[in-house]
Design a protein around this ligand. Sequence first.
Ligand code: ZN
Length: 303
Amino acid sequence: MRVALLLILSILATSAQAEPLRVFASVLPIKTFVEKVGGEHVDARSMVRPGYSPHTYEPTPQQIAALASTRLYVRSGLPFEEAWMPRIRSANPSMEVLDARSGMALRTLEAHDHGDEAHGHDHHHHHGHEKDRHGHAHAADEPDPHLWTSPALATRIAERIRDRLSALDPANAADYARNYRAFAAELAALDGEIHALLDPLEHRRFMVFHPAWGYFADSYGLTQVPIEREGKEPGAKALAALIEQARREGVRVVFVQPQFDTRLAARIAEAIGGGVVAVDPLAADYADNLRAVAQQFAEALRR
Ligand code: ZN
């Protein structure tokens, strides 16, 4: 009798272990954080698939169906989520939602200081920015959703993931705590490396097409100068002002990200006799990618 009971219990325990917790994250870097903390106990997926823009992303029917067996969704306030959260929640009302932004001091996106207005020129939106109900993808007074580009904030997101996974799955809380500590140490080392690379730089402003690097810039005392504001490309007058500013500051590199059209950035780079360099804020290999990005920034600013 007792043996049979133990057998049943051990079968139950084994089947519980064999069924990892399904977690959806809005973007690949946050999926990586979930995997770092959750290890073998989670089946982590990214809602925005590789190569897609988080500004215009539309979940597939398969992804919506997969939400039915999902225990946790980690959101980060990206434009696609503003539009899709009601449907994501209603696909599985018992799924928990963790907002990566909760309790964090959010920066606002770079102020709109274009010399002219680009409103009404939607044919320029060939990079696929979808208008939300406010009429643009990122408003200047909107909180910046690209939290994860700072290793310090990535650590805090990982901490929240640890807490939520531990609450959902207390049996493995010790593993989540241990995995978190290892990941936090990895991020602290990365942070030190990036400081060593960027702290000595004299020039501290870099030009970027889409303003995804604000938290990274804040962490290391840099300033991003975005070409795109409020999700729009600049008009002719603003473009001329940006080129003038770039010349004045000796900018030689315009940073772009693979998910956006790079033609306008290439035109600016050509006008200043510089080049375009791609850096990806959405890479899945978080630490290695951020180290490479920091090297690219250092190279562009060392002059
Ligand atoms: Zn963005």
